[in-house]
Design a protein around this ligand. Sequence first.
Ligand code: CAO
Length: 542
Amino acid sequence: MEILIPELGDFSDVEVIEVLVSEGDEVQAEDPLITLETDKATMEVPSPYAGVVKKLEISVGDRVSVGHQILLLDEVEVQEVEAAEVAAEVAAAVAAAEEPVEQELATSSSSSMEILIPELGDFSDVEVIEMLISEGDEVQAEDPLITLETDKATMEVPSPYSGIVKKLEISVGDRVSVGHQILLLDVVDVIDKVAIESGNSLDSKEEPLKSEGHTDNEQTLAQVRSEEQSSPQVLPAIDDATFIKAHATPSVRKLARELGVDLGRVVGTGQKGRVTADNVKAWVKAMLQQGGATGLPDIAEVDFSSFGSIDIEPLSRIQKISGGRLQASWLNLPHVTQHDEADITDLEEIRQKLKKSEGIREAKVTLLSFIVRACVLALGEYPNFRSSLARDGKNLIKKNYFHIGFAVDTPNGLVVPVIHNADQMDIFEIAASLEELSQRAREGKLGSKDMQGGVFTVSSLGGIGGTGFTPIINAPEVAILGVSRSQFQPVYENGEFVARLILPLSLSYDHRVIDGAAAVRFTTYISKLLKDLDPLVEGIDL
Ligand code: CAO
């Protein structure tokens, strides 16, 4: 049977961002098959029938419209779940995502506002299954207030305003429809009459329920539950503010809620950093193995305001993403840092000459350009440094390409753009690439491809200062080179002390993959390249 893209409301030419099934997979009716993304919302297309996927006809990145073939399905048993009904459901979700939902509001007093159930598409008389706030709580605009459940979906209702919950008017088990009062809010910050775009609120949180459980999920769930009984509080509590903002599809959100996973903590490896179901399951497994969020006792929460005045500043999106990744790397990879030094006296002399020789090439040749080139050569000599450990821990994946990431400090946080095929570039091309990528990084104009595919990362703090540091490996890479500030130092040569410009290097490596001897060979090789120069300046007319 050909399974086709159903009616998509006003949308056409929509991008496929995830294919959730593979050939040979058995699917149940209503299992999600693919995820589509418009500029307003992501949506999953469920299977109208149970069966076995015979042949996939689309892949990630394809653009599709109604009637486009998704796959061929071998029917197991045709449980007619009316294709029309499924199509209508998708269309309703899409239509709601497109139209801004105006939140009704009525003023009950000068500062309190009635917050009402917004438009719910085709749904009415829907059950309240979770109250996410209590009286006295402070909420920010778009924080989730309650969770509703129909027989098809769960959805969270966000707050249209920031404020303090004065009085709750509903409770778990109540059945509500559009216009029903949720609570009275003492509004702190009314930014005009806010229209919440449901693409960012309701529909992006719609979570289709699966009629049939996934054995995998059930097993993990059972594991978590039995673990919870023996050691309560294995998983950290869900932070609704970060949960709601996490980049994930509705079914992954649903799975995370079921498992009690704080989605904001899970590092996504899907397209554009999206959290996948596998990420959620792997995170839960890791938590269970470690016996807790970090295997460490939690840090006590302190009411800082009781000691004096405080300000609260939200982290930027980049800080939240990179924070999660850095923590994951720090906790999962056994880091060792090898410190070393390179004599760059002659290199600096040549670099200064190159800088002055106007018109030689466009880009300014920075020290970092030479370091990147030295890393490329060292990675050629020591391939394990451009490998990754397979997830099962049994194989080393060696990469035959030389894409080098480098850390850039931007006003919004740390980002790591990648110079692709740096081995095919001379020093000027590397310099130009560094300049162009760091410029775009600072302007927030990097695309996801600019930050993907790296095999090794360089983090240079030398322009700022420092004598050494411990860089955190950009996992799943296995090593990162930290560079600190060069200084003239006395070096004993031929019976006397001479002033030489010395550059401190700090190589952090994953000790599961690289042993100490290999690490020091690697840094020695880089030091030698930076000192002896020949391979670095090959082809440059000095
Ligand atoms: N030692 C001494 N001086 C150095 C130096 C070093 N290792 N590296 C750079 N400098 C000096 C040079 O004098 C240079 O000027 P000239 O080239 O004109 O002589 C000056 O610093 C400025 O360098 P730059 O900014 O032009 O180039 P860069 O290659 O040093 O830096 C970049 C580029 C993108 C790495 C940098 O802007 C940056 O963002 N660094 C921070 C990275 C970071 O945050 N890492 C930490 C990650 S973990 O939290």
